[in-house]
Design a protein around this ligand. Structure first.
Ligand SMILES: [Zn+2]
Ligand SMILES: [Zn+2]
Length: 260
């Protein structure tokens, strides 16, 4: 069974999915799961504390279920500042994760999904800033296995058209993709927006270019926070990978495995 490589359970600050319900839904859908709980040192919760989870508890709670159908990973919020890089790298390397996802949810202290950030800049300015930062954080955090949702801001911005298109930022997107390829980091096909034709088409253009530049591997992630969404759009991700000539993979013990 193929893997959905991006799932949040009760260990993530913004999810309360129970493992049992996640496993049941995944089994029904014919999927295996990698759990990837949020760890964002540069993101603040309502009480001002950073977004973390008790990693030892996570491993001990889920150890009995870890195996061929369930792997244990983490989604690290990336930052380009040295103190964050050092701590994130330690988290990734000093715990026995199967897979480490790297994400940009914040541009330093600027929260991409918060109200204040919307329409703060024009769309071209926002994406130029975001894409340069994403490329930069990859070079600075080369230990990650896959880079999640390059189209993350598209979910939250409030321009009249939030689609990120290759043709609008060819040089910046090429630089971002070269950073992934050069560091042997996968591009994630995040399923959140894939059921909307405009976003699917925008992301396809980026995935196709990744393949043209020499990228081979993708991870497919539902970014599920509830059991209901597990499997819902998975086929769209597989179809997109096939159409772009890209190979789905997952990670076990931090090693890339072909996911046929
Ligand atoms: Zn994320
Ligand atoms: Zn996520």
């Amino acid at each position: 069974m193929p893997f959905d490589t991006h799932n949040h359970t009760q260990f993530s600050f913004d999810a309360d999915m129970q493992l049992e319900e996640a496993r049941n839904k995944a089994a029904q859908q014919g999927l295996n799961l990698i759990l990837t709980e949020h760890y964002d040192l540069n993101e603040r919760q309502e009480d001002g504390s950073p977004v973390t989870f008790p990693i030892e508890d996570y491993f001990s709670t889920y150890a009995p279920y870890r195996g061929d159908h369930l792997l244990l990973g983490i989604e690290l919020g990336l930052d380009d500042r040295d103190s964050y890089i050092k701590r994130n790298r330690e988290i990734a390397e000093h715990h026995p994760f199967d897979m480490v996802i790297g994400s940009v949810h914040n541009i330093r202290d600027y929260d991409i999904c918060s109200d204040e950030s919307r329409n703060f800049l024009s769309k071209p300015d926002f994406f130029a800033h975001y894409l340069i930062y994403a490329e930069h954080t990859i070079h600075k955090n080369p230990y990650i296995d896959t880079f999640a949702h390059i189209d993350y801001p598209c979910r939250y911005l409030s321009y009249s058209d939030n689609v990120l298109r290759y043709g609008d930022f060819p040089v910046l997107i090429d630089n971002f993709l070269y950073a992934l390829i050069h560091r042997d980091i996968c591009l994630e096909i995040n399923l959140r927006l894939l059921d909307q034709e405009a976003f699917r088409s925008g992301f396809s253009g980026i995935a196709r270019r990744y393949q043209e530049l020499g990228g081979k591997y993708v991870t497919i992630g539902g970014d599920n926070h509830t059991p209901e969404t597990i499997g819902e759009k998975y086929k769209l991700g597989r179809d997109l990978a096939r159409a772009c000539g890209l190979q789905p993979v997952y990670f076990k013990n931090r090693k890339r495995v072909i996911d046929d």
